[in-house]
Every structure is written in C-alpha cells, then in structure tokens.
Design a protein around this ligand. Sequence first.
Ligand SMILES: Cc1cc2nc3c(=O)[nH]c(=O)nc-3n(C[C@H](O)[C@H](O)[C@H](O)COP(=O)(O)OP(=O)(O)OC[C@H]3O[C@@H](n4cnc5c(N)ncnc54)[C@H](O)[C@@H]3O)c2cc1C
Length: 263
Amino acid sequence: MHIVVLTKPVPDPAAAAERLGPDGRLDRAASPAVVNANDEYALEAALKLTETLGGDVTLLTMAPPGATDTMRKALAMGAARGILVTDPALAGSCTQSTMRVLAAALRAQSFDLVLAGADTSDGGGGVVPAGIAALLGLPYLSNAARIEPDPTAGRVRVRRITPTGYDVLDAPMPALIVCTQALGEPRYPSLKGIMAARGKEIAPRSLADIGVPADTVGGAVATSVLLGSRRPPARGATRVVRGTPTEGAAEIVALLEERRLLG
Ligand SMILES: Cc1cc2nc3c(=O)[nH]c(=O)nc-3n(C[C@H](O)[C@H](O)[C@H](O)COP(=O)(O)OP(=O)(O)OC[C@H]3O[C@@H](n4cnc5c(N)ncnc54)[C@H](O)[C@@H]3O)c2cc1C
C-alpha cells in the first residue's frame, strides 16, 4: 500500500499572535507553524494502515520553503518521505490554485490512497480534497471513521459518518479519503522517530517540475480576495445562576424583570 497524505502547515492555533499582516496575507513570521490538526489524524490513519498491510506513507505539502521544519514533525511520526511543492509564484494562491497544484503533483506519483483532513485551521475552505478528487477522477470518500483497504481486490471500504449513524462505502483504488478524528488520536513522535526524520528526504518541486504554468496560480489570479479579518467582539460579563431549578428559575425571572425584559 502506498499512501499519500496531504499535510498543510498552519499557524499554531494556540499562539496569541495576529495571523494576518497589514496586507491581509498570512503573517508567517508572527507565530510558529504546526501541521494542520486534521491532517495529523489523516497521517495517523495512514501509518496504522501501512503498519498492518505493509507499504509506506508520503507527505505532500504546498507551502513556502520553510515548511520543511513542520514536515519533519510529520516525518518523525513515521512517514517515509515528503514532497514540498514550493514556488514564489504560488504566493497568495486561492483554493482553486491549491487544488490544481496538488492534483498536478499527485499525477506524477503512484499511490493506492490519498488521505486528507476535512479542513484547515487557517483557510478553512474544506474544499481542496474534493477539488483534487474531481480533477483526478478519483473516488471521493468523505467523513471516514474507518478505512478498510483490500489490496488484493484493489478496493477500499470506508465507514462514513452521517447525521443518523454511518454509511459503508466501497470504491476501487486509487481513491481519495477525507479523514475524521474518529479514526484515532495522532501519536507523539518518539525520540527514535525524531532522529530518523532528520535523514528522510523532502523532495522540493517547483511549478515547472509538475507542469503547472506560473501565470495560472498565485494572488494575481486568485478567485476571491480577502478584504479583512476581525476577531469576534469580547463577550460581556457572565452571571452563573446556581441552586435548585425552582431557585434558579426565580433568580432568572428576577434578573429579567430588573432589566425590564418581561412584559
Ligand atoms: C490568511 C489567509 C489569507 C487568504 N487569502 C486568500 C485570498 O485573498 N483569496 C483566496 O482565494 N484565498 C485566500 N486564502 C485561502 C488559502 O489560499 C487557502 O488556505 C488554501 O487555498 C487552501 O485552502 P484551505 O486552507 O481552505 O484548505 P481546505 O480545503 O480547508 O483543506 C482541506 C485539506 O486539504 C489539504 N490541504 C489544503 N491545503 C493544502 C496545502 N497547501 N498543502 C497540502 N495539503 C493541503 C489538507 O489535508 C487539508 O486538511 C487565504 C488563506 C489564509 C490563511
């Protein structure tokens, strides 16, 4: 089994720094980058599958050159190698550019499965994997809570979470699967894994390498423009009402009357 996992470096959601610079673009220097959390779940699922069925995992990332630092953490979890598509012309790329670039990079690979997160904690479009599946004509299996490939039959079965339970889907491989956190907690890299990651290959790919014309991607041809971004207003003071239901109800009624909110 050869599995490609899409991993995007994102600003650490735990960092307090402003994520955007004055130009509305991501300020990558303001906060440390981490692997997008949902992608770590996809990677964990891929690692478990290859541990059981054999094979290996390749990371695929589109990001600036510094992303190698973040990719090393994912390599330390157990991925065999990484591919980093990086090119100055990619700056400001929209979701459509992102999916075309990642699809072009995948065309040059052989794989049984592509695993991705449902969305990212920075862009949050939740559309890149679906776009890649459409561009490559791959079966698209979303909301996966269980993944059962049958390499001999060349098919994969996925348990997909639905609002009322789950569906069981069956599809030929290669296929693209969007993972959920129900697949299991990502492992922490071991010391041995961290040491091994230092020697693993992260192959850089330019747009020319993957056959994507530079003038078809990037900020100049972005399909939407980010005009601004604001934090939600701070919450007002909160009052917690305690006591028995009768006491609580009486206190809430008194509070509403005090503010003239009851007729
Ligand atoms: C600060 C900021 C400003 C932006 N400004 C604009 C703008 O002006 N105009 C505009 O059109 N777009 C803008 N974007 C969107 C940005 O280009 C998207 O982040 C990018 O296109 C990927 O989409 P997404 O993060 O929504 O991915 P999603 O569709 O949410 O990602 C789902 C999954 O796809 C995979 N994936 C996504 N991206 C990558 C990647 N680069 N490498 C590897 N795997 C990946 C991961 O597995 C991920 O979990 C902006 C984003 C940010 C953070």
